[in-house]
Design a protein around this ligand. Sequence first.
Ligand code: NAD
Length: 335
Amino acid sequence: MNKHDLIVITGAGGFIGGALTRYFRDKGFTNVRAVDIKRVDQWYQTVAGVESIAGCDLKIKENCYRVCRGATEVYNFAADMGGMGFIELHRAACMLSVLINTHMLMAARDSGTVQRYFFSSSACVYNTQKQQQTDCTALKEEDAYPAMAEEGYGWEKLFGEQMCRHFMNDYGLETHVARFHNVYGPHGTWDGGREKAPAAICRKVIEAKDTGSGEIEIWGDGKQSRSFMYIDDCLQGIDMLMHSEVREPLNLGSSELISINRLVELSEEIAGVKLRRTYKLDAPKGVRGRNSDNTRIRERFDWEPNTPFSLGLAETYAWIQQQYFDRKAGKCTVC
Ligand code: NAD
């Protein structure tokens, strides 16, 4: 890619889009357009030298055409989403993100300039029947079919993947699809109902330590398991996939399986506390166990996400702790 080619990143006020915007600027790309529906003071990161378009609703087709004008690459991260607490209770809202991907694909196709299109899919596309054990078998790409995706959010992502495939086959638009498995790290959602497990547990531990409550509430029985990918690995994987010959959906996730109880333990170790645990068994908790089978990504790139969870979590904890105390001190923070 030429360093002056226009890169469009949607959902750039959010966690992964914001991080990718910084990533490309740091690599010397001079022409980056960052787009989000949120006001700019609600973005996790705004990057100097980047064209930031705020308050732009990409469900609206005309907006998608406007932001894709002149672009060489499009990275579509915009979606109405969150952790289990959000996606289990807002299924219709999650499905409406189909409008974003539909209009963005049409705009990319009709731009006459877009050479590559990236779609951020999710491990939630996988058949839920294959995720009922805590010591689960890691999911291979072909395990998405026969389809029985996570209700709402997962089906929307699966449909988005299919649209990418058909836009490529029928219209010649080069599309790349990654199935992210639980991405975490600094500059992401850490409070307010959309946060994911690592951020939620870090915040609860920080709060318990600060208030001296000595207690933590855990959603479910704590035995549910997941793998978590650190943001830096996610960015590297996106870059590799977008600039490769790989055209089929690819797992982008860590294969280090962690239970929620272990996540709490690691957070306690970072904080230097030991908390009493209560388990909220009727809280949203998603599938019982999920891990990423990385055979295909290793074959394609001789690489896989490899940041040890304990290291990434320490970085994340430190950032959330700073946000927590900044907010407590009345400073302006985005959570
Ligand atoms: P995020 O919520 O931090 O970012 C998404 C951004 O999209 C938000 O800033 C939001 O304001 C914006 N947005 C929502 N609706 C919009 C609209 N109509 N028009 C314009 N912008 C809109 O989420 P994230 O964690 O950065 O995730 C980015 C993408 O990756 C999403 O598509 C998500 O589904 C996917 N994904 C993320 C994870 C994860 O663990 N973070 C896992 C699987 C898939």
